[in-house]
Design a protein around this ligand. Structure first.
Ligand SMILES: Cc1cc2nc3c(=O)[nH]c(=O)nc-3n(C[C@H](O)[C@H](O)[C@H](O)COP(=O)(O)OP(=O)(O)OC[C@H]3O[C@@H](n4cnc5c(N)ncnc54)[C@H](O)[C@@H]3O)c2cc1C
Length: 541
């Protein structure tokens, strides 16, 4: 039996390692090494209820369901929360070093929306430590031949016949050719959709292309309108650097200037705890005030800053020459996490047979909003669930003939590669991110979403006609169409949800409405989107 895992962040690696451990040969494919995945950026930690204190699984379940505002399936959430300890012990067993107290007990920090301190961490580099341990574990299986690592390959499209997936086509960045990888089971682990928005806190390798292309090939997507913003990020040339909640936890105060005076707007409006309210509420207040906002921690003594906020101190100095001991940090909200993605069943299979999706590219546990620390847990857990499902399945019998499809896609690619045009593809990508930030921001309304949809239609009409600049990677060129199609589906889902819930806030429908208490499933048919509300959690089977 052969498995193919696409994407090598925490979800992809967790799945590949577990498959290999259970004797399934797995090809792990990604454009860049795991050390470049978004997973390494996770600093805060991973949630788990450990059997050593007063926390309990039901409390984690209830906190997660509450965060999801009625849209996360209860069965799925119960599975996730009850496996926290097993996942932490697995990670320790492969060499992840968690922070501990003098009695060797794992330390846990408090994260927003949780009724207990349950976020385990490795200093402030939890993601990096987990990725490093998984890389070492994967290498053991590479050495024994159970994992084959393929680098510098981009997913191009899935090999699907009669609703069954038989592997995928990849664009090989070395040979500049398309290559087919056949497999019994294919697992998408391609992360979020950051590049639709240009600069975000996440990785631009996560461009949403894979989700967009599979959407066009028949995969159903879910809850795309729910996008989590982080309120405090620092803008740099390449991205928005996350300024951890720890700064506000240590007493950091948000303010803007008016007539030469500091206005501590969160405290004025919400009282003493105003700076510690939820991510979406603070993001809305910052974006709504229409002023340049700053976060001040300079009143703390230097030793406390050095002891408790060394990373924030270093990143502000490194990227913007800001000394946080002396001056405030200019902050703005930024796209941070995607609750939506591939619609998957409890076993993480999509609506296409033998095609699975895990990690941030799948929509399952977080409903309308996710709790901090739950995404690393769900990346690990979903990788385990998909691998265990695959292990219990029969392998396929015969691969259908895909040679005509391969030929057609090779011809299309060659046409672009032979083009003499110098049209800059980044021109349309920049327009796309401007549209997404303007019309699908923290606060939305019908008019703006309509405008966003018509922008996307226009970009699609151009994208279909032009041949691209040959100086950039062919992948960057051909990926545009699917990215635009996905962007349209996100805007469409946001327009159709005429209420406010979790991370989706509509100025023109500011209340949560009972008639919208269902997930949105969106599908694609020859250029048209259609949406069906899923009140019954029909995928939870
Ligand atoms: C700054 C920051 C801090 C965070 N902190 C926390 C935290 O403290 N706790 C927490 O729980 N969560 C945190 N998160 C969220 C968490 O890090 C992610 O949700 C999680 O790591 C996603 O893992 P993943 O394996 O699904 O995807 P990723 O780690 O994003 O991996 C995706 C993989 O897919 C590959 N890929 C992408 N496109 C293609 C393609 N076309 N073809 C082939 N491969 C492709 C990429 O190269 C990569 O290997 C944070 C996120 C950010 C941005």
């Amino acid at each position: 039996m052969e498995a193919l895992v696409i994407g090598s962040g925490i979800a992809g690696m967790a799945c590949a390692v577990r498959l290999a451990r259970q004797g399934i040969h797995t090809t792990l494919a990604s454009p860049a090494p795991s050390g470049y995945s978004e997973s390494v950026m996770a600093a805060g930690g991973i949630n788990a209820v450990l059997n050593d204190g007063d926390d309990f699984v039901e409390s984690h379940v209830q906190d997660t369901l509450k965060g999801g505002c009625g849209l996360s399936g209860e069965k799925a959430v119960r599975g996730l929360c009850s496996h926290g300890e097993e996942i932490i012990r697995f990670l320790e067993s492969i060499g992840t070093v968690f922070s501990v107290d003098q009695n060797n007990r794992l330390l846990r920090r408090a994260f927003g929306g949780q009724s207990h301190k349950r976020t385990c961490y490795c200093g402030s580099s939890t993601g990096k430590q987990i990725v490093s341990a998984l890389i070492m574990e994967a290498r053991r299986f590479e050495a024994s031949g159970m994992i084959t690592r393929r680098l510098r390959v981009h997913f191009h499209s899935a090999l699907i016949k009669d609703g069954i997936c038989y592997g995928a086509l990849f664009f090989n960045m070395k040979s500049l050719r398309l290559e087919a990888f056949y497999s019994d089971f294919t697992v998408m682990a391609t992360g979020g959709q950051n590049a639709l928005f240009g600069k975000t806190t996440g990785s631009t390798l996560c461009d949403g292309y894979a989700a967009g292309r599979l959407f066009m090939q028949g995969a159903e997507l879910k809850n795309l309108e729910f996008i989590q913003y982080h309120p405090t990020t620092l803008e740099t040339a390449q991205k928005k650097m996350l300024i951890s909640e720890a700064v506000r936890g240590e007493g950091g105060r948000l303010f803007y200037m008016e007539q030469g005076k500091r206005i501590y707007f969160m405290e004025e409006k919400y009282g003493e705890k105003g700076n510690l309210l939820t991510r979406d509420l603070i993001s809305r207040e910052i974006s709504g005030c229409g002023k340049d906002v700053f976060l001040d921690i300079s009143f703390l003594d230097e030793k406390t800053i050095d002891d408790r906020l060394p990373e924030v101190r270093d990143l502000c100095m490194k990227y913007r020459r800001i000394d946080i001991k002396k001056e405030p940090i200019p902050v703005s909200p930024s796209v941070h996490f995607f609750m939506g993605g591939f619609a998957v069943h409890l076993n993480h299979e999509t609506n296409i047979q033998n095609l699975f999706a895990i990690g941030e590219c799948a929509s399952m546990y977080h409903g309308a909003n996710r709790l901090g620390g739950n995404s690393l847990l769900s990346a690990m857990y979903s990788g385990f669930v998909a691998s265990d499902e695959i292990v219990g399945r029969e392998s396929r019998e015969k691969i259908p003939d895909f040679s005509a499809y391969l030929e057609q896609e090779r011809k299309l690619l060659k046409k672009d590669q032979d083009s003499r045009s110098t049209f800059p593809v980044f021109y349309i990508r920049d327009l796309l991110s401007a549209t997404m930030n303007e019309h699908l921001g923290i606060v939305r309304d019908e008019e703006s979403l309509e405008k966003g949809l018509s922008d996307i239609d226009y970009y699609l009409s151009i994208a279909k006609k032009i041949r691209y600049d040959r100086s950039v990677s062919p992948y960057t060129n051909y990926s545009l169409n699917a990215m635009l199609t996905l962007a349209g589906a996100v805007l469409y889902s946001a327009r159709e949800r005429r209420e406010s819930r979790g991370a989706h806030y509509r100025r023109d429908h500011a209340k949560t409405k009972e008639e919208y208490a269902s997930s949105s499933l969106v599908s694609y048919n020859h250029g048209d989107y259609s949406l069906r509300p899923d009140r019954e959690h029909s995928y939870e089977s």
